[in-house]
Design a protein around this ligand. Sequence first.
Ligand SMILES: Cc1ncc(COP(=O)(O)O)c(C=O)c1O
Length: 475
Amino acid sequence: MKLPVKGVDKQEILDRLDSFKADDLDWKSGKVFGYIFDPGREAMEVGKQAYMKYLTENALDFTSFPSLFKFEKEIVEMAIDHLQGGSQATGNFTNGGTESIILAVKSARDRARKLKPAIKEPEMILPITAHAAFHKAARYLNVKTKLIGVDKNFRADLAELKKAVSTNTILIVGSAPSYAHGVIDPIKDMAAVALENNILFHTDACVGGFMLPFFKKLGEPVPEFDFSVPGVTSISMDLHKYAYTPKGASLVLYRDRELRKHQIFACSDWTGYTIINNAILSSRSGGPMAAAYAVLNFLGEDGYLDIAKNKIEATKKLLEGVEKHPDLKIMANPDFCMFSFTSHTINIFHLIDEMNSRGWYIQPALSYGPSRHNIHLSINHSNVEWVDAFLEELYDCVEAVRSKPSGELAPAIKKEFENRDIDAMSDEEVKQLLELGAISGDGLPDVFAEVNEILDALPAKLRERLLIEYTNGIF
Ligand SMILES: Cc1ncc(COP(=O)(O)O)c(C=O)c1O
């Protein structure tokens, strides 16, 4: 592919863009249970228009664009009020949950460097259910991770937490809820451990922070997770998930400015313009901020309460329907509009492919520790009207895949690699394994059951190496 010598006609380009979507998930159908947060046509349109109005404005310099300064301040104020932060609480707008998390970890690390200089190898304690973004933060920022287990309902194990605390711990993390199983960690007890040991505590409320207060208003039992809990020092909360604002919108919030100060980057060590960055990116579009401001104001409390009510009902119905099926098993009792289920009798990877080939999208999760491979559902506003049809088709697909066998390759690969030293494996061996598992080539696979089965059979570290090798090859 080369840059065209002559510019292409605008209509042709727009037509091409539409045609490229042919193989994408058809999220407008409402049958996609993940990735997409659709608040309905009107609110979506408000977000789009606001986004386009500020597409070009640059948050690199808030003094040149006071409008963006205003959006960020007002959105953060709304969020602090929503999550019961006091008068000292503060925060910033970021472009995603991962960015909010990396910044919270950076603040904890840099504060420890200043206040606890004896710590040379900082550690953060994560339940195994914490989002992968914390591992990314750890690898980017050179912070060690100490993983702790979970109870039968996939909530962080307090006894393990207490044992894991050391003089090197700079941060403890809990989720509200964790993505995989939709359960809220015992934030109050975990934050108490942090407080007792003079350690910071981060609630990852990326997925639940915005909706949970509405669930609570509607009478649902929502465990405490926000700044009202003593010891919670920072929270990540996405807007581009269940606040239904266009993508590129999240918040990192702090109990006070003393901690947040460690997040801000200023640089005068060069010949160019003055740099002050609240977040990771420097140049960034004003679009996500303007759109977030617009959608939050457009929907308001009443709009979000309506959405919350529908989703609670839909989630209960789905849980009931899945639970009733003798071949399917709910993994954990969720606190949010997301949950996972597995099967001991049929191959769930075939079930996923079958459902997805019929126009649905449900997401696979591989086995990890006590979490058996499973199907994850994030229940959204746009899914609500499809609940009955979904269950009917799910039951039908169970029958369709009942006789589909599991591959023979996965058990053989499992046996071969379960005791291997993954770090000692050469890149060549990893490439050979990719070819063996038919995970090679330069395109994207159409069906995933075999690939998922093989990945599922491998140790996590080897899965990571395969995925990196594969991705490095196709882009
Ligand atoms: C609990 C949780 N934390 C963090 C993230 C990361 O958010 P993002 O994909 O916006 O970076 C997610 C994403 O699903 C999540 O579910």
